[in-house]
Ligand binder design. Sequence first.
Ligand code: AAL
Length: 424
Amino acid sequence: MREQIRFFSLSRTSLLLLLLSLYSCAEVENSNSTQGETAQKAFPWDIPQQKPDRPLSKAMERLYTNYLTPRPQDNELFSSFKYTRLQGFDYNGGDGTISRRDPSKIIKENGKYYVWYTRRETSTPPQGAKNANDTIPSTDWDLSEIWYATSDDGFHWEEQGVAVPRPPKPEVGWRSVTTTDILKWEGKYYLYYQGFMEASGTKGDHCPVTLSYADSPDGPWTPANKIIIPNGEPGTWDQYSIHDPFPLVYKGKIYIYYKAAFGDRPDYLVGNGLAMADHPMGPFSKHPLNPLFNSGHETSLFPFQEGIAALVIRDGNENNTIQYAPDGINFEIAAVSSLLPAAAGPYLPDAFDSQGNGRGISWGLSHFTGMGEAQKKYSILARFDCDLSLDVDDPAMKNTQIWLDPEVYFSQGLSEKQKAERIQ
Ligand code: AAL
């Protein structure tokens, strides 16, 4: 019996060993065949246009889910940008007493292109809030007016004069009217703009948005003389500033995207939100999900296919991106580019009637700030070209390798203080 038990226990042990060895053989075989399969199915050289049915890294996954196409060259929402100096604007020899900045979107009326913009003409360049008075500007956009220009070809512009002057104190915008954009609605024209009631920089860059309206793009413009998009409740993200109003007509409603800032300069973080209305005079209701963008200074937008696309330039983790929201609300990064136009005002033939079939953009005006020597800060308007249009196919605008003169990099040199710290 004891023998039987020993035999039985031996045979149990050997059975176990046998099973173990069979299992490890199978494992080896399995892992060999996995390696074999992986080797067979390495990612193809000819990049698939559709998402392949295979395990993907996060980067390759988002190549197919976040972007319209895997190659930027084929991506209608990727573009590089080219710039041209404009003819027709005088800057008083660049002495800082004349500045033009923050162009509106461009529309075509009466066979001509129209643009509106901030124009400052002051006896001195900006001197900061502490030195500002009734004639000395604090910032480049203090003591400004809204002017307009027209063009036959988008390169040569003719300045037509003031559209919206500063109203008398204490009306909205008495200190400065700046950073405008145009809406056309039921045959009338509406200019939305920032209306300053104190010199910018006094407490921050604080202002609400107001408007003027006209029957013709040439005016005369009548000021609404009231706040149209008010600042938020105390303690909320847009409590002090509503900047860069950008009106579009989308889904039959007026959509005005705008910028506000968490905190004040220089430590602020920008966000961009949306206010919507059924009539240009309001009332405007702010979207409950605001802010809709976590980045982007002077964000400009355009109808694209059934949704809205945006150039998100400067400021924030997602600066230098082109974003897209099929519903105009939930934006995702659709492309990353460089040298994006600052404060772009694109030519937008379908800004007010895209009907869910936005065609995109291929040119517009933007600005360059910080012109002149240190004490002569002013801005100029310039033209940008790109291919973010479904109607344009310009491979020269899909360049991901931008070569810049090394001087551009060296101009971003270390300060003396930084250099001293690094030398130690
Ligand atoms: C711009 C815009 C708004 C700000 C100031 C003038 O870049 O964001 O217009 O108020 O700077």
